[in-house]
Design a protein around this ligand. Structure first.
Ligand code: XMP
Length: 516
């Protein structure tokens, strides 16, 4: 049995915490998936979950229409951990008391651990925890032992080892709870008896098998973008079906300096993959001519991308391909409205922007993975560090980093500035610390400057360095001042049309990482 046959299901009660919980479970090398709280108990149990975690959520158990937990869940013999709202809903469903009038706690709190039990084994008597609740459990349901309390939550952690039911009021999944990962692992390893078998090696083995099953004797093509996701997806599929895969690299004219050459030369050298380069830059630039609206640009690029693939398949030496491999990741799926109730923020070109007349069936071997997991799989496949640790680059390329209509001249300006930024950041050794650093050309803004006694009237570029774990949220990266100074000096000296370098100091939310 493979580690994904019996997932740990994280039931999402509508807060942003479910993803974090799923990540923490995976960090413990156990496969987890997020499911909506609207899924009936029978549907959850039909997945044969190895354990279930009920996430936090914004509601109060007494609020009208608040999601409830079906008590049948606790009678199914599946180990359950309730967190925050999930903990309260569990206590409520099993006959405990939840006091709506209790004082709320938000932020750091000190938990007093009266008896560690199984869940808090090895916890010191006091541990620092992160709280976010307005109501509190005041009496545990029958059969449970109370393990800990905080000033605002008299019953802050409980367990019933017999029934394998556990609950904590605080958030063990956030880094602000230093011993939180340990608590989650206690639940998984000892509460649920799970083994840490979900590893990069097992992911590769499982995906290779799944790809072989899906593709059979047919052929596939894979769109390479030059980024880590498509490279890892292609390498996985190559391992599964060898030369039945042809990689297609679409040069859409929106690439950064040197990218086409890197794919043509280096990727092929490392993987031995069969590669076709489709030069469609003219088509893209014509289709984008005069278009300023970001969503329209994204839709056009998405549409042309697929058209270019279709044209390329005509050139596949072994004949028509039936499958298209894409490096779609879990966050893309969630952000494109794939998750229950999630709003569409942007149409990611590899998910929301597909045309209705798509002529391929999709193979998406990374669809369940977060970025760091993709990197681990890439390393497992033997891809070199520079490929695995490349910063993400969006499919629509520089097309969404030029604010306003895209032209060849603006692309040249942005390419030159971007190359300087990448060079300096790599030289400064910041590549692994930061998630990515888009460089954005404000092509419709001009400002007055002075250079060599001459008046200039140039454009600004914006540096958008961010730190992030998965691009769902991000913070602006505090790059060293001397690095920023070097970048600024070089750009304004070497790229004639740019006379100002700006730094974007907005987190996500409210800003997104890309400007369009
Ligand atoms: P945002 O701008 O939504 O970006 O905060 C989140 C992450 O996704 C990348 N991105 C894309 N990747 N196709 C992609 O393959 C796209 O259409 C796309 N749009 C944004 C972005 O670079 C960041 O890493």
């Amino acid at each position: 049995m493979s580690p994904t046959d019996r997932p740990v299901l994280v039931v999402d009660y509508g807060a942003q915490y479910a993803q974090l919980i799923a990540r923490r479970v995976r960090e413990a090398h156990i496969y987890s998936e997020i499911v909506p709280h609207t899924a009936p108990v029978e549907a959850l149990l039909a997945r044969h979950p190895a354990a279930i975690i009920l996430s936090g959520g914004p509601a109060s158990v007494y609020a009208e229409g608040a999601p409830q937990v079906d008590p049948a869940l606790f009678a199914a013999g599946v180990p359950v951990l309730g967190i925050c709202y999930g903990f309260q809903a569990m206590a409520h469903a099993l006959g405990g008391d939840v006091d709506a009038a209790a004082a709320g706690e938000y932020g750091h709190a000190t938990a007093h651990v009266a008896r560690p039990g199984l869940l808090l084994a090895a916890s010191p008597e006091e541990q620092s925890v992160w709280m976010s609740h307005g109501v509190a459990v005041t009496r545990a349901p029958a059969g449970f032992t109370v393990l800990a309390s905080t000033p605002g939550a008299p019953v802050a952690a409980i367990e019933d080892q017999q029934r394998r039911l556990f609950g904590v009021q605080w958030h063990p999944e956030v880094r602000h709870t230093p011993l939180g990962q340990r608590t989650i692992e206690q639940f998984l390893y000892y509460g649920a008896g799970l083994k840490p078998t979900w590893t990069p090696g097992s992911i590769v083995a499982e995906q290779v098998e799944a790809i072989r099953q899906q593709v059979g004797d047919d052929r596939a093509i894979c769109g390479l973008s030059g980024g880590v996701d498509s490279a890892v997806a292609a390498a996985l599929v190559q391992r599964a079906i060898g030369d039945s895969l042809t990689c297609v690299f679409v040069d859409h004219g929106l690439l950064r300096a040197g990218e086409r050459e890197q794919v043509e030369r280096d990727f092929v050298a490392v993987t031995g993959a069969r590669l076709i380069v489709e030069d469609a830059s003219q088509t893209f630039l014509t289709a984008l001519d005069g278009v300023a609206d970001p969503e329209t640009k994204r839709k056009i690029i998405g549409r042309e991308f697929i058209r270019a693939f279709e044209a390329a398949t005509a050139r596949v030496p072994t004949g028509q391909a039936r499958f298209l491999v894409q490096g779609t990741l879990y966050p893309d799926v969630v952000e494109s409205g794939g998750g229950e109730g999630a709003a569409t923020i942007k149409s990611h070109h590899n998910v929301g922007g597909l045309p209705e007349d798509l002529q391929f069936e999709l193979v998406e071997p990374l669809r369940a993975l977060f970025k760091d997991e993709v990197r681990a799989v890439g390393a497992e496949l033997g891809l070199p560090d520079w490929m695995v640790w490349r910063h993400p680059f969006p499919g629509p390329g520089l097309g969404i980093r030029i604010v306003g209509p895209v032209t060849p001249a603006k692309l040249d300006i942005l390419r030159a500035a971007d190359a300087i930024v990448r060079e300096e950041m790599t030289a400064a050794g910041t590549d692994r610390e930061i998630w990515q650093c888009p460089v954005v050309l404000l092509a419709e803004v001009r400002s007055v400057g002075v250079q060599g006694d001459e008046r200039t009237y140039g454009h600004p570029v914006v540096l958008r360095p961010v730190t992030s774990e998965d691009a769902m949220t991000a913070d602006w990266a505090r790059l060293p001042g001397d690095l920023l100074a070097r970048i600024s000096r070089r750009i304004t000296n070497e790229v004639r049309q740019i006379n100002r370098v700006l730094l974007d100091v907005t987190s996500k939310p409210p800003g997104t990482i890309e400007w369009e």
